[in-house]
Design a protein around this ligand. Structure first.
Ligand SMILES: [Zn+2]
Length: 118
């Protein structure tokens, strides 16, 4: 997508349906995030040699980072405020979706940044 694109849903039932889908996807993403964090905390609780513990911890931290970057470019969350219940505008320069409020309020920052995905 090369141009800004706004996805606006006027029908309240369709908006509710969209929001429900976003919530389901977000909850699954959150559940998997918590599973990674839980696995990481179990590493610290286990009686492992220090090198092994650090290696496993680093692997899970990388996995958590990759998992975080999965959701950021999607239309599920606003790339600025993380709201999940608003219409969305796609910004091709950083390949992210933003809610219309953030897009208008922080337009200069959004357009000048190459990415908000860390
Ligand atoms: Zn926003």
């Amino acid at each position: 997508m090369k141009h800004n694109r706004e996805v606006k849903i006027k029908d309240s039932r369709l908006r509710a349906f969209r929001n429900s889908l976003r919530e389901i996807l977000f909850l699954e993403w959150e559940k998997r995030s918590l599973a990674i964090l839980d696995a990481k905390s179990k590493i610290y609780a286990a009686d492992l040699p220090r090198d092994e513990m650090l290696k496993l911890s680093r692997e899970l931290q990388v996995k958590l980072g990759k998992h975080h970057r999965i959701i950021m470019p999607t239309i599920i969350v606003c790339g600025w405020c993380s709201h999940r219940d608003k219409d969305a505008i796609y910004n091709p320069s950083n390949k992210q979706w933003f809610c219309p409020d953030c897009y208008r309020e922080h337009n200069e920052d959004i357009l000048s940044a190459t990415s908000f995905i860390y």
